[in-house]
Design a protein around this ligand. Structure first.
Ligand code: MSP
Length: 502
């Protein structure tokens, strides 16, 4: 892992409605990364809400509320969903906060002063749902070309501020060529290169006839996408060159859904360059959660309520499902049946039963006291597990990390089946029984640390049942040293299974 401080962001979510499981997906991935990195050095995890723009204003109007009252009411749910899923951010930024607006204006002034922003006439088509300007040639039957949208677009003709995006095209292309890892996965990288090769136009960054946004000097408001992108630096106190900014910028990983990769990998880097700032190390455009082949989205109305499924399956089961089901860059479909299979199989049968059986045997044969175990072949076999899983997490290969961890779960279960502690007990083979029981308990200590970034509540549950002090966490290189569990310590098994069968 990198030596310097680690900074990860999620997109800031439109607060035009309630969160759905797609939003939770990105936040859980970011949280897992952040928990891992927090355990290994200074780290910062930013998320928040995108509260300006026509889309939010329209939702508020429909509810008969002012946009501010609407966002104030709704943000409660967006914070609550983080709490419900153990998404432990370091900061939650709302674009309606004064700290943000103030810095947006400062950025605007700096861009103007450096000749990156100029006044011009904007005439063109605008899609409110996507908060995007479209070229006439891109429209499909005169409507928004985004396949999930297809809504009517509005003709706008206004005097507006423009950001000189087009002049960054060659520099962007060169940067892409020199940094093939900067946009991941490869599919997103290739799409962005193709877009750049097709040419760039300057970007209109103000709206004169709107008032729900960051007010700009001289009238109008800032284009909501520029306002939104700036959150990644305003939250760090960029404009006052705050300590957070100096410590954490540039971000190591910016997570986005693939539909908004373009904003983050073409507009955003150009804006950063215009401000003389370094680019994030990596933008990762993850796949979509789909339902019956379509992206889950508020506009399509095919959403899964994340509060409700957390109540039924448990938040950790959903966290596990989201990160285990598919490679992080790929789409995957959501179904309760699939969640149930993971929950009853990997979690209930494999992990839950392992914890229950291991601790029950320790209570039965050693009165709950961890014995001294002789040299363990199992420990030796898995010495590089922390390294393997850590490399996978750092590469955002969550599924691969979980697969590596589950090899260990399987090996521990096999230890029980092969060594048969009940027979060792019957035969009076004390040394072999001690070794087997120690292996199981030490294995559980490892597992608590290993799953901590992915399933924090379950990890703590295992930790408590082991009767250990402190907290399990992702500092695997120091904690996953075989034999650290102290013989003589006493476990505290619970009667409640970790994952009751559904
Ligand atoms: N407000 C903008 C982002 C501005 S960032 C400077 C926005 N908001 S959004 O509410 O539409 O949320 C988009 C993000 O939510 C996606 O990029 C993705 O991270 C997540 N997801 C929303 N629906 C999703 C799926 N169906 N599947 C996976 N992720 C999803 O765009």
């Amino acid at each position: 892992m990198s030596e310097r401080a680690f900074y990860v962001t999620t997109p800031i979510y439109y607060i035009s409605g309630n969160p759905h499981i797609g939003h939770v997906y990105t936040s859980v991935a970011a949280d897992t990364l952040a928990r891992y990195h927090h355990a290994n050095g200074p780290a910062f995890f930013l998320t928040g809400t995108d509260e300006h723009g026509q889309k939010v204003a329209a939702a508020a109007a429909e509810a008969g509320m002012t946009p501010q009252a609407w966002t104030d009411a709704l943000v409660v749910k967006w914070k609550a969903i983080c709490a419900r899923y153990d998404v432990r951010y370091d900061d939650f930024i709302r674009t309606t906060e004064p700290r943000h607006a103030r810095q947006c204006v400062e950025v605007f002034e700096r861009l103007k002063a450096s000749g990156n922003v100029y006044l011009g006439k904007y005439s063109g088509w605008y899609c409110t749902n996507d908060e995007t300007f479209w070229l006439e040639s891109k429209l499909i039957d005169g409507r928004c070309p985004n396949p999930e949208c297809g809504r009517e677009v509005q003709w706008l003709s206004e005097d507006n501020w423009f950001f000189a995006l087009s002049k960054y095209r060659d520099r962007l292309l060169a940067y892409y060529r020199e940094h093939p890892q900067w946009v991941r996965p490869e599919r997103a990288y290739n799409e962005m290169v193709a877009t750049l090769e097709g040419g760039l136009e300057d970007l209109c960054i103000s709206r004169v006839n709107l008032d729900w946004g960051v007010p700009l000097p001289g009238g109008g408001v800032m284009y909501v996408w520029l306002d939104a992108l700036l959150n990644y630096i305003t939250a760090l106190d960029y404009a006052s060159d705050g300590e957070r900014f100096r410590t954490f910028w540039p971000a190591n990983v910016q997570l986005v859904g693939k539909e908004i990769a373009r904003f983050h990998t073409i507009i955003w880097p150009a804006v950063l360059w215009a401000l003389d700032l370094a680019l994030p190390e990596r933008v990762f455009a993850h796949g979509w959660i789909t339902l019956e082949g379509q992206k889950m989205s508020k506009s399509l109305g095919n959403v899964i309520d994340p509060f409700e499924i957390a109540d039924r399956f448990g938040s950790d089961s959903i966290r596990y499902f989201l990160l285990r089901e598919a490679p992080f860059g790929s789409d995957f479909s959501f179904s309760e049946e699939k969640v149930r299979l993971r929950r009853n199989g990997d979690l209930g049968n494999d992990l839950g039963n392992l914890v229950k059986r291991s601790l029950a045997m320790l209570v039965r044969y050693r009165a709950g006291r961890v014995p001294t175990g002789a040299h363990s072949a199992l420990g030796a076999r898995f010495t590089d597990l922390g390294k393997r899983a850590g490399t996978a997490i750092a590469a955002l290969e969550f599924r691969e990390a979980l697969e590596a961890i589950w090899e260990f779960v399987t090996a521990l279960n096999r230890t029980i089946d092969e060594k048969r502690p009940w027979e060792l007990d019957k035969r009076g083979d004390t040394a072999a029984l001690d070794t087997a029981l120690y292996e199981l308990c030490e294995g559980l200590r490892w597992l608590a640390h290993l799953i901590a970034p992915f399933m924090p509540t379950t990890a703590r549950g295992i930790w408590t049942q082991l009767g250990l002090e402190g907290e399990p966490h992702g500092a695997w290189s120091t904690e996953l040293v075989w034999g650290r569990l102290e013989p003589g310590s006493v476990v505290a098994p619970s009667d409640e299974p970790l994952f009751p069968r559904l």
